[in-house]
Design a protein around this ligand. Structure first.
Ligand SMILES: Nc1nc2c(ncn2[C@@H]2O[C@H](COP(=O)(O)OP(=O)(O)OP(=O)(O)O)[C@@H](O)[C@H]2O)c(=O)[nH]1
Length: 360
């Protein structure tokens, strides 16, 4: 994963010819800075939670300190804050540092912005919400999401909704073998009698972790978010995530806390209203391969240097490994495994518009 360098006070250089008091490298570190988690971003203002999940937890608004330059600050980032961090009305703290990111999820470049940008930091898993019908599942889209999750260093979880309308078996067969956890949900009843079957399983799969939820319009993502986070509608529907006033117009990601059970580590979901697809242009084949531990081991021993592992790559060790199987059953199992990996590998060559194509 190519991580951008993190900036700190030592990056502040003397700028010759600017005023009589040059900025020096000896400026003290912000030793009194407080740790905070970014939960939302709106036009240069950041909604942050100071001392997240700690005894002094409070919400406040912050701006980026000039020394951070163009470095993006995104939901999930853990940052250091200085200035007025009280959270009192009208106060504005300053973000002076972004701590090193454990994981980095990028959205894809598009026509209006040719750069793949980081959209969420430090999430543990990507939850791909897909309806089994209405709208029809698109496996190319799921593959791209799985590839993006693995590249970001995250787990992938497939939440299959609307199981009352279609059978999940085929998709389960397709995704479980490539390490994707699958949870199936369906709504039964209506009004006060409405139950979402599978919700406890989904909650259990999210417990103690930070999960990014993605899904196309109409798949039932809001239904799940509202069931998981009781005040999500207030947080996302009516109020600006940062200012707390007016309508929320931003389409950027927002972190919501899932009420935790007793003795459970903090659980967060990050909803991504405006995200249509993920950037895969930068994905290295070997990086994707790390999500397939058995194949990675084979490749390390048997592939020539610079092997792309694609179906047409000459002398790829993965093909040799399939050939070397002891019997037909093993050969079929190994071939299926290699095919799965290559399917994800190929998905990185698709374009964002391929998401609109029918499934398979
Ligand atoms: N039959 C059936 N319908 C469902 C299920 N889950 C959600 N729906 C319906 O699907 C429709 C879309 O659900 P939403 O939760 O609004 O979907 P969304 O993905 O948030 O879509 P947007 O709000 O457009 O972004 C609603 O009419 C839901 O009631 C389910 O398990 N079964």
């Amino acid at each position: 994963m190519s991580r951008r360098r993190q900036y700190d006070e030592s990056d502040v250089r003397i700028r010759p010819g600017k005023g009589s008091r040059p900025r020096t490298k000896q400026r003290p570190e912000h030793a009194d800075a407080e740790r905070a988690m970014v939960t939302g971003v709106d036009r240069g203002r950041y909604a942050v939670l100071v001392d997240p999940d700690g005894p002094d937890e409070r919400r406040t608004t912050a701006m980026k300190a000039r020394e951070l330059g163009r470095e993006r600050v995104v939901p999930g980032d853990l940052v250091d804050l200085v200035g007025d961090t009280s959270g009192d009305d009208g106060t504005l703290a300053r973000i002076v540092r972004i701590t090193e990111r454990r994981t980095v999820l990028r959205r894809t470049a598009d026509d209006t912005d040719p750069v793949e940008r980081v959209i969420v930091a430090n999430a543990d898993q990507l939850v791909i919400v897909t309806a089994l019908a209405d709208p029809e599942p698109r496996t190319r889209m799921i593959d791209r999401c799985v590839a993006a999750a693995y590249d970001a260093g995250m787990d992938a979880l497939l939440a299959l909704t609307k199981a009352d309308l279609a059978d999940p078996a085929e998709l389960v067969r397709m995704y479980e073998p490539i390490g994707v956890r699958v949870v199936v949900t369906r709504i039964e009843g209506s009004g006060d009698d409405r139950t979402i079957h599978g919700l406890p399983e989904l909650r259990a799969a999210l417990a103690g972790r930070t999960s990014v939820l993605v899904g196309h319009s109409g798949v039932g993502k809001s239904t799940l978010v509202n069931a998981l986070v009781p005040d999500a509608r207030r947080a996302t529907g009516a109020v600006n995530v940062v200012t707390g006033r007016g309508r929320h117009t931003s389409t950027s990601a927002i972190a919501l806390r899932v009420p935790a059970q007793v003795d459970e580590a903090p659980t967060w979901v990050i909803d991504t209203p405006g995200v249509r697809s993920f950037g895969l242009a930068h994905v290295e084949p070997d990086h994707l391969l790390q999500a397939f531990a058995d194949l990675a081991q084979v490749a390390a021993q048997m592939c020539p240097r610079g092997c792309t592992h694609a179906a047409d790559s000459p002398d790829c060790g993965l093909d040799e490994w399939v050939e070397a199987s002891a019997d037909d059953d093993e050969r079929a199992a190994r071939a299926a495994r290699v095919d799965s990996f290559r399917r994800l590998l190929a998905s990185r060559l698709g374009t964002a518009d391929a998401d609109a194509a029918p499934s398979s």
